[in-house]
Design a protein around this ligand. Structure first.
Ligand code: COA
Ligand code: ZN
Length: 315
């Protein structure tokens, strides 16, 4: 294949939001803040640091204000907040989020399960949020996610035309950033390449993010397919944490250190310090109370070679 892997791959770290939202064990506010600050030190330029949703829907992230107020803002890092409605946007603006990530599913059923409203009502709220942000005193950027863009756990197949048309609608509303999210890991590389090509006809690569879950083991294959098709920005969660509590069978995001390892091995620039990242990932079981799915933090890097056993040296 004639393909130069020189174009940087931008990783947006989402463990503090997608990762922690599904955890049963309460993670203290101070630990969340320490995690976000430690992630910033690994070299991320974009971190989804929390969400401003109903505390009844996602109790694990009910301390969003305290988290955003406690982090040390590192220069050059965009701290993103997920918001579902105007109330969430008001909270996120008050907490000085740099970017709001609005979420609606392509499938009506998942949107009703996740957001307790129709897609039409979600979009109407987004219109109000765009007006709110345009009137904000500090500059805040907007991103909107098309969840279940590659399949819905309730409806199955999701129409590609609908996904493209939602992306177009977001842009027409004045929302620059677009995320295509594979909420429950239903995407395959062929489908990803096709949809990314279509959406890139509407959205510049610098504004497009792909959000994959590794639910069926295809996460990194999907990343490569999207990268080949021209996508450059990807969500990933430290340790492979993550999942939507309102999508049956949901499991972790693609794992950040596994993705960064892939980049390092293939010579794709990511700007992330893998050694530091692996060290941080190894602290996760202590934080969430269970083993995490990521593989590279367990195996180490290729170059972390092992001591040759005595019996081998004797041969
Ligand atoms: N932040 C905090 N509280 C909120 C809120 C927000 N963004 N939006 C609504 N609420 C509160 C309301 O004030 C109200 O409180 P009360 O019961 O004390 O009066 C209560 O939640 C119900 O409000 P309502 O507008 O009727 O919400 P709902 O019950 O229809 O739920 C959402 C709608 C969108 C708020 C809720 O489904 C939600 O937060 N979903 C997000 C789920 C999520 O984060 N999924 C994973 C990420 S994709
Ligand atoms: Zn997700």
């Amino acid at each position: 294949m004639n393909f130069a892997y020189k174009e940087p791959l931008i990783v947006q770290e989402v463990a503090p939001r997608d990762g922690l939202q599904i955890e049963k064990q309460w993670v203290d506010t101070a630990d969340k803040i320490a995690l976000i600050d430690a992630l910033a030190a690994c070299g991320f330029t974009r971190i989804e640091a929390g969400s401003f949703v109903s505390p009844k829907a996602i109790p694990a992230l009910r301390d969003g204000e305290a988290v955003f107020n406690g982090i040390v803002r590192k220069e050059g890092v965009i701290y993103v907040a997920l918001v579902p409605n105007v109330k969430g946007a008001e909270r996120a603006l008050a907490a000085r989020a740099n970017e709001l990530n609005l979420v609606m599913s392509a499938s009506q059923t998942h949107n009703r399960a996740n957001m307790r409203m129709s897609c039409e009502d979600s979009l109407a709220g987004f219109g109000d949020i765009v007006r709110l942000v345009q009137g904000a005193s500090a500059p805040v950027s907007l991103n909107a996610t098309v969840a279940t863009a590659f399949g819905c756990p309730f409806e199955g197949r999701v129409d590609e035309d609908r996904v493209v048309s939602i992306a177009r609608t977001y842009r027409e509303m004045g929302i620059a950033g677009i995320t295509l999210a594979d909420t429950t890991g239903m995407a395959n590389p062929r489908q990803v390449a096709r949809l990314v090509e279509r959406v890139l006809a509407e959205v510049p690569a610098a504004d497009l993010t792909l959000h994959f879950h590794n639910t069926r083991g295809l996460g990194l294959a999907n990343v490569l397919a999207a990268y080949h098709a021209g996508a450059r920005r990807f969500d990933a969660a430290l340790g492979g944490l993550g999942g939507c509590p309102f999508a049956p069978g949901a499991s972790g995001n693609i794992c950040t250190e596994d993705l960064v390892n892939l980049c390092d091995e293939m010579g794709i620039p990511s700007g992330i310090d893998l050694v530091r990242l692996i060290g941080l990932s190894r602290t996760l079981p202590g934080l969430v109370g269970h083993e995490v799915p990521g593989q590279v933090a367990k195996a180490g890097r290729n170059c972390d070679v092992h001591a040759v056993p005595e019996y081998v040296r004797a041969i």
